[in-house]
Every structure is written in C-alpha cells, then in structure tokens.
Design a protein around this ligand. Structure first.
Ligand SMILES: Cc1cc2nc3c(=O)[nH]c(=O)nc-3n(C[C@H](O)[C@H](O)[C@H](O)COP(=O)(O)OP(=O)(O)OC[C@H]3O[C@@H](n4cnc5c(N)ncnc54)[C@H](O)[C@@H]3O)c2cc1C
Ligand code: SF4
Length: 527
C-alpha cells in the first residue's frame, strides 16, 4: 500500500465525520481524517463572552452571499470537532411522526426513507456514546423507549425550577432537556463538568462537553491505524475515467497541494460545505457536480426557523447553567390551529458583554448589567420545509445561499404562545427581546447552525443524491455522513440524529470493509 492510500478517508471531524471515525477505528482499517481547521486553542478566551460573541474570535473568516448577492459572515466554525465544539449539547431524538409526512401551513414535509424504528437502536447507542443526561418519559412527544437515558437529568437551578413549576401550573409539561455534558451532580468534586455559565455557544475549556473532538476524535486517534491531518482543506474529489469511483482526494495544506486515495471516501464537511465540495468536483463525467445527476445536490437546504428571545424576569435570575428545560406541548400544534408550531428550550444565560455587542454600545453599562441580571432566555425552533430553490451554489471562491423561509406563521404563533405565558412565569408581560449574537443572526441566512438537507438520501436516484446507506447513487465508494442527508428537518436540534446516522452508516461500512481489515482489528486497543 503506498503512503498516500488508505482504506477510508473521512473529510471533516464534526458530529458526522468524528463519530464515524470513532466507530470505524477499532476495525483496524487505515483511516485518514482530513480537517480544514486546527485544534481549537485551549485558553481563557474559550470562556470569555466578549471574545466568543462580540469579537467572534473562533468563527470562520468566511464571506458568503445571500440570494441578492449581499455579502454576509456565516456563524460557522472550522476546527477539530466542527460546530459541536460550540454547540449547546442538547441531544434530542426526532419524534416518531417526524419520520413520516407532516402537514404544515406552507406544505408537507416529506417522509424519510427509513422509519423511527430503523433509527431507534442507533439513537440508543448515540446517547451512550455522547453521555446524554435526561429523563425518559418526561417529554410528552419523545418516542417511547424501554431503556433509560444513560445518565440522570441535569437539575434545574432555583429560577428555572420556578419556571418549571409555573409552566406546570399553567397546564404545560416542561421536561429536563437531554444534554451531552459530563456532569456528576452526586460527586461534584470529581465531576468533569463544573456547571459553568459559559457553555451554550462557547467551547468547553475543561473538555467536559460531549463534543465530537473529545468524545470521538481524541479516542479514535489512540488507534495506530487512524491519522488526522489538520489545516487540510479538501478542494475537490476526482474520479476514475468511468466516473464510478472517487480516485483522488485533492487537499490544500499550508499552500501545498497533496493528493490521497482510499477505497471509501466519506464527505462530512457539514451540509453547506459538503454540497459545495460535490459541486466543486464537477468533471466531464459529472458535469452538474459529483453524484448530482438528480440535480438535488445543494438544493433542499434547511436550517430551522429559530429565534433567541429574552424575557425579563421580575425577580433577578442568578442562574449559571440555564439550558436545562424544554417545552414540547406545542410541537404538533396548540389545538386551535391545524399545524405544528415547534419546540421551546432554554438558552444559555446572557451576560452584559453579549448585550453590549448586540446593542452596539447604545445602552450604558449599568442598564446592560440590570438587563443581564433579570434575563430569562429562550430558544424557539420550528420546522422549515425542504424547497428545491432553497439552495447552495458556488460563487467564485465563496458560496451563495439562496434561502426563503417557510412556515413563518407557525413560528410567530409559537412566539405568541411564549409571550402569552410571560405573566404566568413571573416575567414582564409582552416583552420578548430578540437576541442577535447567538447563531450570528443579524441576517437570518447567516444562522447556519442547524444546516441540513443539501445532499438528501432516498430510494429514488431521480429525486435524491444518496441511497439509504448514505452512499452516492452514482459513485460507488462515495458517502456523505453529516447533516446533509436529512429528508426533512423536524423541529428539534439536529445533532443526535446526525450522530445516530453516522453510527448506522459506520456499521454498514464495517460490513463492506469486511475481512480485509478484521484481522488487523484483533491487534487494536479499544476506544
Ligand atoms: C452555537 C451553536 C449551538 C448549537 N447547539 C446545538 C444543540 O444544542 N444541539 C444540537 O443538536 N445542535 C446544535 N448545534 C448544531 C450542531 O453544531 C450541528 O448540527 C453539528 O455540528 C453538525 O454536524 P456536521 O457533522 O454536519 O458538521 P460540523 O460539525 O460542522 O462538522 C463539519 C466539519 O467539516 C470541516 N470541513 C468543512 N469543509 C471542509 C473541507 N473542504 N475540507 C476539510 N474539512 C472541512 C469543518 O471544519 C468541520 O470540522 C449548534 C450549532 C451552533 C453553531
Ligand atoms: S457547563 Fe460543563 S460542559 Fe459546559 S462549558 Fe461549563 S464545564 Fe464545560
């Protein structure tokens, strides 16, 4: 085997790529992980809201364009672990009904080619791998499962417990959010997680968040058969003359161009960059982009209807770790309107520095401090529909995202539901202030955090780019394993589904790689 040939090349180390590499590592297969970013520096600024939210120190220095050609900076991170280094670690399963057709005000979101039952065992494994803390049965819309969460739920701090009690009195069924943090509340002196106030949107300085780097890439690298190259941007994928196999992965690293080859090539760059890489890999055999005879690559982009909203608590809210409560009572609707509304969860607690960035210095420091002392922060998510014209295209060196939101009335109604509860939850009535900094949401199109759907899977090669194993319908050794494969977005955070799917595809790949690598596996340490 030559130096630059591997059994498997995985491009990207986020939720999809990192998890897949971890699952394949014990097989003994020679695996090369290519990551365009570096290890995120571990430094005090990891937990400095001014650095993270105002100076955007860790965001990618990318300029992309909206459908009008207007430049924007996406809320995206390039580093080992990808966007999971910054995520809020809320790890929810999609609802059983989300795998079927769902009727919305603006149309119907399509049925997935696989059912919830197909995903259930992988969700279970994903929850174990990512140390999910939760309370099975508390969320009224969660699919039933006989096994408990691997760890007990993260407790509410007093102000959030009051909120839970108030919501209960108002007839709702709030539940503890399932969270991937290594917190041991029964033995705090030995707990990795210290339950700090800089989690949601921040990297974890003490490696206690279940991100893809800590959970997957780091243990995978303990296997001698796994190699990681950082600062290695994959520029394009070339194929054999038949166009049926990827024969070359072309990488730019520090100004030097390198080439690698593998029996299996897995693209896991995140939904936007995976689509862009396939489009950039157009060739004589694949004139519309690699594996894109269906003309679906880059299309059907979804990112959720999201709002970060601040309510003003009448009494001070000294909560440190606020993201512990969710509400799904309106997920499928409110009984008064025919369509689903979506999901509500708490957001990480805001502080004065974040407000300073968002109010552009217009409010004096004392007012900002007072606002921060009384804020109770919410995150609302609604399903958006996969529309062919919501798409990623190439724009010179950059990208264009053409996106027109859907299901806006549902999102407005969900916001109104929360507004209607403000008095009952001890907040100033009617006041809900939009928060901009979280998800870089000054322009809705810049809020790329929940990106999915751009290389959809399906049974029909005419309407999907990937088969049910997330393999290209047209290129035998090409897989796409990240948020790209989603057929619809549901209204819950996407990452547990990305992780579960990566575990599912890894099992398929282990079978495909078969005996060629199984002998070597006997020699390997376990992750
Ligand atoms: C602030 C924030 C909070 C969030 N909170 C939550 C949450 O609480 N719960 C939840 O479920 N989700 C959350 N998300 C979303 C979550 O982070 C993503 O769903 C998840 O990271 C997507 O996984 P992925 O594998 O598709 O892509 P990513 O994790 O983005 O990984 C893609 C990787 O590919 C690399 N890459 C890209 N292009 C190339 C290339 N050409 N060559 C080499 N490498 C490349 C990138 O550097 C990156 O490491 C949050 C996101 C953000 C930004
Ligand atoms: S709350 Fe825990 S997991 Fe989150 S950043 Fe703080 S220490 Fe890390």
């Amino acid at each position: 085997m030559s130096e630059d040939r591997y059994d498997v090349i995985v491009i990207g180390t986020g939720a999809g790529g990192g998890t897949l590499a971890h699952a394949l590592a014990p097989s003994g297969a020679r695996i090369l992980l290519l990551e365009r970013g570096d290890f995120l520096p571990r430094e005090r600024d990891n937990w400095n809201s001014e650095a993270v939210f105002v100076a955007n120190k860790y965001k990618a220095q990318e300029t992309w364009y909206d459908k009008h050609g207007k430049a924007f900076h996406p809320g995206i991170h390039y580093c080992v672990g990808g966007n999971t280094k910054f995520y809020g670690a809320v790890l929810l399963r999609m609802r059983e009904g989300d795998f079927g057709e769902v009727r919305h005000e603006d149309g119907t979101s399509p049925r997935w080619p696989l059912s919830y039952a197909d995903f259930a065992p992988w969700y279970r494994q994903a929850e174990v791998l990512y140390h999910v803390h939760g309370q099975r049965g508390a969320d009224p819309t969660e699919p039933p499962d006989p096994s408990p969460y691997p760890y007990p739920p993260v407790s509410h701090e007093p102000r959030v417990q009051e909120l839970a009690d108030d919501l209960g009195r108002a007839g709702l069924r709030p539940f503890p959010l399932p969270l991937g943090v290594r917190l041991n509340e029964s033995d705090i002196p030995h707990s990795s997680c210290i339950r700090c106030d800089t989690c949601d949107g921040f990297p974890c300085l003490v490696s206690a968040k279940s991100d893809a780097h800590v959970t997957c890439v780091r243990p995978a690298l303990a296997h001698p058969n796994v190699t990681l190259m950082t600062n290695a941007t994959v520029e394009r994928l070339d194929t054999t003359a038949s166009g049926r196999e990827v024969s070359r992965v072309v990488v730019s690293q520090g100004g030097t161009r390198r080439q690698f080859a593998a029996d299996i090539v897995v693209v896991s760059c995140g939904a936007i960059n995976s689509a862009a890489l396939l489009l950039r890999s157009a060739s004589e055999q694949h004139s519309n982009g690699l594996g894109n005879r269906s003309d679906t690559v880059g299309r059907f982009y979804m990112c959720h209807n999201n709002s970060a909203l601040l309510a003003i608590s009448r009494k001070p809210n000294p909560t440190r770790f606020q993201k512990t409560l969710g509400v799904n009572d309106f997920y499928w609707g409110d009984g008064a309107w025919d369509y689903p509304l979506g999901h509500i969860q708490m957001l990480g607690k805001t502080d004065a520095a974040m407000f300073k960035g968002e109010t552009h210095g217009l409010l004096p420091r004392r007012a900002l401090d007072e606002l921060a002392r009384h804020s109770l922060d919410f995150w609302l998510t609604g399903e958006d529909l996969p529309r062919p014209d919501n798409r990623i295209t190439l724009a010179g060196e950059g990208l264009q995202i053409s996106y027109t939101p859907t299901n806006q009335e549902a999102h407005q109604r969900l916001t109104d539901k929360l507004r209607g509860l403000l008095r009952a939850i001890g907040c100033e009535p009617s006041i809900l202030v939009p928060r901009e900094a979280y998800f870089a949401k000054r322009l809705p199109v810049a809020a790329t955090g929940h990106q999915n759907g751009t290389v959809r899977f399906g049974n029909d090669p005419a309407t999907s780019a990937l088969d049910v194993n997330c393999r290209s319908h047209e290129v035998d050794n090409l897989y796409v394993v990240d948020g790209s494969f989603f057929a619809s977005s549901s209204a819950v955070n996407p990452t547990l589904t990305i992780i579960a799917n990566a575990l599912r595809v890894a099992a398929h790949l282990r079978e495909r790689l078969g005996s060629a690598v199984s002998a070597a596996a006997q020699q390997m340490p376990s992750a």
